[in-house]
Design a protein around this ligand. Structure first.
Ligand code: SR1
Ligand code: MG
Length: 429
């Protein structure tokens, strides 16, 4: 289906963005100087958008602009510009929802006609995924991301929000149709049939990749998770919370790029992050400078899995006790009747369900990065397919176990034990 691009939209270049910035009083005041003083570069390396760094004598900023098509594929795959509108509104809600831990960049301006957001340039930060590839330890990410997820997911849910506001917001974000459609196809369906844009390390991974299509338990599980994705408007999700959507320094963590935002199941965001921790884990053997040289880093990744969930749970429990002001599990049924045990029982049930969702979604998010359209740099940057394929085979085995066995894990410790066991026995190609 062709999507019409509005007439007043211009896709900028590193050169033409200079005049745009100078013509905007708010942006010109940040960068300072004249047009000829500005240094600009286009640095977008994601799948969808243009990203410009603009530096002037007084300051710098980032401009992220949506293209009317999928950058990764080209103009043959049109994609509406309105994703920028959803990203902007998700960023404002996340700004309000987070009071500690990871934050989103400061937003300077939103231009709906040009599908463009101007925001803080995080010059010192790098993309977390690149940090993982370089085996860099980030001591704060577990706390910061666990807290970010708990705060954004709890505070945009029926556990906290006023009902009219929540339903109004669900109605606003439900129009992010095309981005949801990408997820519905690319994450939940395409890996399990001969979708045109699928790819994998061939021929090494052929047998395992093709086995997904005849794995009945796996296909049913993937569709059950898809059903939870499409039919469960629990919270405002980031919608694409992988390690490429996180920027870090040693002491600061930021979450970027919520253009896939919509109201969906909490476990989709948490699952995405844990999937990417495990993808990073299995990729390390392909980056190891000598056998075993990344073992300690892999253990740090697993400790980060544990600590992120612990931080998420701690923060979620605190919000449950202090900010449960919405329509679900009202205090009138529990605390106001001196029934603290009932409140704890309900919280345990909610967290158990969330853990199972997290694990199931994590499984789908791992598998799609191994045999679907969009792969991850953790694995793609292992140049030798003979080294890459065993890492991918291990990750594929983990993804399958998580998806099919999602209701049978008691906690993140079991997932870490499974990851270690898969690494140590190695999956046959
Ligand atoms: C066609 S877009 C492919 C993927 O890139 C984004 O990061 C999302 O994960 C999407 O599924
Ligand atoms: Mg993105």
């Amino acid at each position: 289906m062709a999507i019409e691009t509005p007439k007043d939209y211009t896709a900028f270049s590193a050169e033409t963005i200079k005049a745009y910035v100078c013509d905007s009083p708010a942006l010109a005041a940040i960068v300072g100087g004249k047009q000829s003083d500005l240094k600009t570069v286009e640095v977008g390396d994601g799948n969808l958008n243009l990203v410009f760094i603009v530096e002037g004598p007084s300051g710098s900023l980032i401009i992220k602009q949506a293209l009317p098509y999928v950058r990764l594929v080209g103009e043959s795959w049109p994609l509406p510009l309105k994703r920028s509108f959803f990203e902007y509104h998700a960023l404002t809600r996340q700004t309000n929802a987070v009071t500690s831990g990871a934050r989103v960049p400061e937003i300077y301006a939103f231009d709906e006609a040009n599908a463009l957001i101007a925001m803080e340039f995080l010059a010192e930060h790098i993309i977390l995924r690149k940090g993982f590839i370089a085996a860099t330890i980030y001591p704060k990410i577990a706390h910061d991301l666990g807290t970010f997820m708990a705060q954004t997911l709890f505070r945009t849910s029926d556990l906290h929000m006023e009902t009219a506001q929540k339903k109004g917001d669900v109605a606003l974000f439900v129009d992010n149709v095309e981005l949801c459609d990408i997820t519905e196809s690319l994450v939940f369906t395409d890996p399990y049939h001969d979708a045109e844009l699928n790819s994998w390390t061939t021929p090494e991974l052929d047998r395992l990749a093709l086995s997904l299509r005849t794995d009945r338990d796996l296909k049913v599980a993937a569709q059950l998770m898809k059903q939870r994705f499409t039919s469960n408007a629990q919270s405002l999700l980031h919608g694409d919370l992988h390690s490429g959507s996180v920027m870090v320094t040693q002491d600061d963590t930021r979450v970027i790029d919520p253009e896939f935002a919509f109201y969906g199941p909490m476990g989709f965001d948490t699952g995405a992050l844990f999937a990417n921790y495990f993808l990073a884990y299995f990729s390390q053997d392909g980056h190891a400078e000598a056998p075993g040289s990344r073992d300690a880093y892999q253990e740090w990744l697993l400790s980060t899995v544990m600590d992120t969930w612990a931080s998420f749970e701690t923060s979620f429990r605190q919000l449950w006790h202090e900010e449960r002001t919405g329509i679900l599990f009202p205090r009138t049924l529990f605390e106001d009747q001196d029934d603290a045990i009932g409140s704890e029982q309900a919280l345990t049930r909610v967290l158990d369900e969330l853990l199972a969702d997290t694990i199931g979604f994590a499984g789908t998010k791992m598998l799609r990065r191994l045999v679907g359209l969009a792969h991850v740099e953790d694995l793609q940057s292992i140049e030798d397919p003979k080294r890459r394929a065993p890492c991918e085979a291990n990750a594929l085995a983990m993804g399958r176990e998580l998806l099919v066995g999602r209701n049978h894990f008691s906690g993140m410790g079991q997932l870490c034990a499974l990851a270690r066991a898969i690494k140590s026995r190695g999956v046959s190609l």
